[in-house]
Write a protein that binds this ligand. Structure first.
Ligand code: AMP
Length: 314
């Protein structure tokens, strides 16, 4: 089974919604990603945590079968993020970001992990993402994510990461911010012009769009949920299902990329049902499969000439 390497934040979050709040809970882009992707394929995490990081949280990741040997512990504080959502629970407002030990850190990919074929550059300083890319050998697929914070402070470095990735995965606000345009279509064209073969634009409760450099477009709705407690980590969990699926089938053609978008959407649905990583950690293979099937049936319009003709159109 092809394996996955991820670099990104492993963090403690303080998250507020209009309905509830959780302080000091396990979060971070790499944590959500690894938990979601580990449902599909073996995952190796490269990250750094501070002295304050709880052993129980490392043990929790390890207990899920995730390889944590690449998580360094250093003197100082762990990455901390404090965010807030409004009633529509769409974009997070960052109230505070403390990079902690990530500020002065350079990733080191263990020697025996340099040839891992699937690489995910989760949300973190783009210079760290580039540093990791320099250490891996001929990966089969590089997927990257970023965030408004890095687009604001390190736009050029983010563009460099995009140009070295096969798939760029950002949310719609970030795509607009990066390309300085309201039009998602124009933003997609500009990002694809940097070099990646595919762009995924995550649109929260409106699902996700896939744009291919050869002109192909695909759109998956989000999984319809009655209970949404905390959208934090939806994007990272999406990436976990997306990359996880591609690694599990060992192919990255257009048909598998479409299926990967649906798997990503399913993974994200588990993340938002609870605070912290509890939802993704609780997702069983059976539950993932059930949601995948339901989502597929939701968008199945059937086949045949009769159905394909709109009423009144000759
Ligand atoms: P998402 O909701 O999928 O965009 O990701 C949220 C996660 O990203 C949270 O668990 C945070 O700990 C983490 N995070 C927030 N801001 C940053 C940042 N500037 N760089 C890296 N990770 C971040």
């Amino acid at each position: 089974m092809p394996e996955i390497l991820v670099v990104g934040s492993v963090a403690y979050d303080d998250v507020q919604t209009p309905f509830d709040r959780r302080r000091d809970v396990l979060g971070g882009a790499a944590s959500y990603f690894a938990l979601a992707a580990s449902r599909y394929a073996p995952v190796h995490v490269v990250a750094v945590v501070g002295e304050d990081f709880r052993d129980t949280d490392i043990a929790r990741l390890r207990g899920e079968g995730i390889d944590v040997a690449g998580i360094e512990r250093r003197a100082g504080r762990s990455f901390r993020w404090h965010g807030r959502y409004d009633y529509d629970m769409s974009a997070a407002e960052t109230l505070h970001t403390d990079l902690g030990v990530f500020a002065e850190w350079h990733p080191i990919v263990p020697d025996d992990k340099r040839e891992v074929p699937y690489v995910f550059l989760a949300n973190i300083d783009p210079d760290i993402q580039l540093d990791l890319l320099d250490q891996v050998r001929a990966p089969k697929l590089v997927v990257m994510d970023s965030m408004n914070y890095w687009l604001e402070y390190k736009r050029d470095a983010v563009a460099k990461v995009m140009s070295r990735a096969d798939v760029v995965c950002v949310n719609e606000g970030e795509a607009r911010q990066f390309a300085q345009t309201f039009s998602i279509i124009r933003a997609a064209r500009e990002i694809l012009a940097l070099g990646p073969t595919a762009l995924v634009v995550k649109r929260g409760e409106h699902g996700a769009m896939l744009f291919l450099r050869d002109g192909g477009v695909f759109w998956s709705p989000a999984y319809p949920l009655e209970k949404v407690q905390d959208p934090t980590g939806a994007g990272d969990s999406f990436a976990g299902g997306f990359v996880g699926h591609l690694a599990s089938v060992g192919r990255t053609d257009a048909a598998e990329l479409r299926r990967a978008v649906v798997h990503g959407t399913v993974s994200a649905s588990f993340a938002v049902e609870t605070f912290s990583v509890d939802g993704v950690a609780a997702a069983t293979p059976g539950a993932v499969d059930e949601r995948y099937r339901l989502l597929r049936s939701l968008v199945d319009i059937g086949a045949g000439a009769a159905e394909d003709t709109a009423p009144g159109v000759e």
